[in-house]
Design a protein around this ligand. Structure first.
Ligand code: ZN
Length: 394
């Protein structure tokens, strides 16, 4: 019993030191002792272990403050390979990432036209394609998947997009690859990416809203991802926002994602195709309008698409006003190809609606911005999950 406690303390101290080396970029052993309150002997012993594991390296001497100049330590970013997988976009997207979130290799598998193939087989195909590209010991496989996920057990409880119910995805992957596996909802992973590798590193309170085929969010409160009662926190796509008679795939009407997702705008723009001279010049039929065509047409000055983007901004603004009132969060980061590709069409109207519909003191302080992590946001979040689970880095 006592031994177990000592081991736990040692593991805790080791994670603490690793976290400090990670956060400080370069730091000396003496500085680590001062910051943690641990003895220099304890610090030296644990640092020696971290150096032996090649997670930490010595990088030269720092400035002297009287005596011998101290040796500086830093994370060896390429000492581990992390496999990140995103199952939420129109193709399965994967990457090999290092400990600083730098993408070393990308691999994607399109999903179009093979409805009869089990998506799980495609996940295996993707991981099989990524594994040989790892140039250092593999920390594990992180997965961001759409749907309701029990991330503690690695079970996808329900995913409409992938037609999975109670799929033990984590256990399946562990059995096949004999590696640690983390599974989380894609939007929760995106939020973790933003606070680990994004422009909002270590921001204690924020919401990352991902607008794709569906809409979801990851909520970070007091530096921790908020999972809710059973890991489903942040499912804002099914907040009822509109009294329009628009069916949502959840079975209800007027949900946020039914009126403001990229699928929602595509459907409306395709239906109004003939009234857009810009679109008609770019493609021949409504069926050819995909998200990229839509974004290109917007930048070419299409007024139909501008009004549709404003409409999406308005609905997002209603949702944001509600979120701000409940959580008193002052920053929302938007992710997903549509909002990143056409942010100036969406964000001004989102701001306007949010200001009009929330208490002055709450709404006026709000900052909306787009993530700079682009299409890698979920794979980076999946990698961050692994760093948290396997190395204790948050
Ligand atoms: Zn719904």
């Amino acid at each position: 019993m006592i031994k177990a406690t000592q081991q736990q303390t040692k593991a805790h101290n080791r994670s603490l030191l690793l976290q400090l080396v990670y956060d400080r970029q370069q730091v000396s052993r003496a500085e680590l002792a001062r910051l943690t309150g641990l003895t220099r002997t304890t610090v030296s012993g644990l640092v020696a272990e971290l150096i032996q594991d090649e997670l930490v390296g010595e990088v030269g001497l720092g400035p002297s403050i009287g005596g011998k100049p101290p040796t500086l330590l830093q994370i060896v970013a390429d000492s581990r390979s992390l496999l990140g997988v995103d199952l939420a976009s129109h193709e399965f997207h994967g990457a090999v990432v290092n400990l600083r979130g730098q993408v070393q290799y990308r691999y994607s598998i399109p999903l179009k036209g093979d409805a009869e193939v089990d998506p799980l087989e495609r996940v295996y195909e993707l991981v099989d394609g990524l594994l040989p590209m790892c140039k250092s010991p593999i920390l594990g496989i992180g997965i961001g998947t759409p749907g309701l996920v029990n991330s503690e057990q690695g079970i996808v409880r329900y995913s409409v997009n992938l037609d999975w119910r109670n799929l033990p995805l984590g256990a399946n992957l562990k059995e096949r690859y004999h590696l640690p596996v983390c599974v989380a909802n894609d939007c929760q992973a995106a939020a973790l990416a933003e606070t680990t590798f994004g422009a909002n590193k270590n921001t204690p309170n924020l919401i990352v809203v991902k607008v794709g085929r569906g809409i979801g969010s990851g909520i970070v409160l007091n530096g921790r991802l908020y999972g809710g009662y059973d890991f489903c926190g942040g499912e804002i796509g099914h907040m009822v926002i509109s009294d329009e008679d628009v069916d949502c795939r959840c079975g209800h009407k007027g949900c946020l994602e039914a009126v403001a997702s990229s699928q929602a705008i595509l459907t409306r723009v395709q239906a109004a195709f003939s009234s857009s001279p810009v679109l008609s010049q770019m493609v021949h039929s409504p069926q050819e309008v995909d998200l990229q065509v839509l974004i290109n047409a917007y930048h070419a000055g299409d007024t139909l698409i501008l009004s549709e983007l404003k409409r999406i901004g308005m609905y997002l603004g209603i949702a944001f006003a509600n979120l701000v009132s409940v959580l008193n969060i002052h920053k929302i980061v938007l992710a997903g190809s549509l909002v990143v590709g056409a942010s100036d069409g969406i964000i001004p109207s989102a701001y306007e609606t949010m200001w009009n519909r929330s208490l002055d003191l709450l709404g006026k302080e709000m900052v909306l911005e787009t993530s700079r992590l682009g299409n890698d946001i979920v794979v980076l979040g999946a990698a961050a999950l692994l760093m948290q689970a396997e190395l204790g880095l948050v």
